[in-house]
Design a binder for this molecule. Structure first.
Ligand code: NAP
Length: 345
């Protein structure tokens, strides 16, 4: 059994990790931390886990994380980088759900996250945890940077088109929407019920932290200079993410060829569903599951290709993706413990 520790067990990605790992056949939950809830049984805070998780939260200084085989950091940025070096030295693998190891360039990280990076020596080693595009590196990794939720949709949607050189890399436009759980469980005015329900707004239009992460990854797929306009929106739902990706076609290609390109690319990726050309994936078709669904459109058969991408921000966008990485790091089937079907309605 893989002994698992979770730092930040009281947040939304933390409890999602608990939901998935409590029924994972190869995992033994070993330590779950919270600074505020030291000693509280996990099931007292989350009754959904009664009878499934019998541990109590412990404060990070008391939890002996070095006895784990792998530790997930479901914490704000800056926490994993402070603890990863000691854990790695003790032979513990680390999966960070925050951004500490996603951006390889220290200066770019510090510019966007406004904190000093305290272990830049680990940036090159960290594997970017997008299994569909980086499976082999994840398999051999002891440190994984789990991708951001929006960047997951943008990369899986744009990758086949950029790799095949079919779209203008310099004019990518991503219009993306997230449910409110994307902001985490901490109390904030913007996520109060009366502020976020029955309302719809863009945010971070002038610049969002997921832009440098996504641009750097997309740049690996093409020799042309990537230009990405990314506009995130908050929608009044709890879970779910919908990204509408626009690309300007630069080559003569049929709709059938576009569809075949995506189907071939994701043939061996069990968590990417390429839907029939022209279909409209719904966020609820991924709710609670690790599935990402996408569909291609081409209005009026013109030179704009649109990729619609949906996922559950807390599963494929965060905790499910992290478990997918853990499975690869420990030589398990990629799908182990992740075969839940989406909840509907
Ligand atoms: N929500 C999403 O959809 C989503 C998607 C992709 C990635 N992410 C990323 O995943 C990470 C966690 O997100 P979340 O939405 O789960 O956040 P959250 O709901 O706000 O939870 C944060 C957790 O971290 C703990 N924590 C906070 N500061 C800490 C510190 N200094 N040391 C140790 N523990 C600390 C908190 O517990 P205590 O305060 O009790 O210690 C809490 O359990 C973030 O980096 C986020 O950007 C989130």
């Amino acid at each position: 059994m893989i002994k698992v520790g979770i730092v930040g067990g009281t947040g939304y990605t933390g409890v999602e990790l608990l939901r998935l790992l409590a029924v994972h056949p190869d995992v033994q939950l070993t330590a779950i931390t919270s600074r505020k809830e030291d000693g509280l049984p996990v099931a007292d805070m989350f009754p959904s886990l009664r009878g499934r998780v019998n541990l109590a939260f412990s404060s990070p200084d008391k939890a002996d994380l070095s006895k784990c085989d792998v530790v997930f950091f479901a914490t704000p940025h800056g926490v994993a980088m402070a603890q990863a070096p000691a854990l790695l030295a003790a032979g513990v693998k680390v999966i960070d759900l925050a951004a500490d190891f996603r951006i390889k360039d220290k200066a770019v990280f510090e510019k966007w996250y406004k904190i000093e990076h305290t272990c830049p020596g680990l940036l090159d080693e960290a594997a970017y945890g997008l299994a569909e595009l980086n499976r082999d590196a994840i398999k051999g990794a002891r440190l994984v940077a789990n991708p951001g939720c929006y960047p997951t949709t943008m990369q899986l949607g744009y990758y086949p088109l950029l790799k095949a050189g079919l779209i203008d890399a310099g004019s990518l436009i991503a219009d993306c929407k997230s449910g409110v759980s994307g902001a985490g469980r901490k109390a904030e005015i913007a996520t109060l019920f009366s502020e976020s329900s029955d309302n719809f707004k863009a945010y971070g239009v002038a610049g969002h932290r997921h832009t440098p992460e996504t641009s750097a990854q997309l740049q690996k797929f093409t020799a042309d200079k990537v230009g990405l306009v990314f506009t995130p929106h908050l929608v009044p739902m709890i879970r779910g993410m919908h990204s509408t990706l626009y690309g300007r076609l630069t080559k003569d290609v049929s709709n059938e060829e576009l569809q075949a390109l995506f189907e071939a690319q994701y043939l061996d990726s069990p968590f990417v569903d390429v839907m029939p050309f022209g279909s409209h994936p719904e966020t609820r078709s991924t709710r609670g599951s690790n599935m990402l669904r996408l569909a291609l459109h081409r209005p009026d058969n013109g030179n704009t290709v649109i990729v619609l991408v949906v996922q559950d921000n807390l599963v494929k966008g965060a905790s499910g993706q992290a478990v997918q990485c853990m499975n690869l790091m420990f030589g398990l089937e990629e799908t182990t413990g992740l075969t839940q079907i989406a909840l509907l309605p």
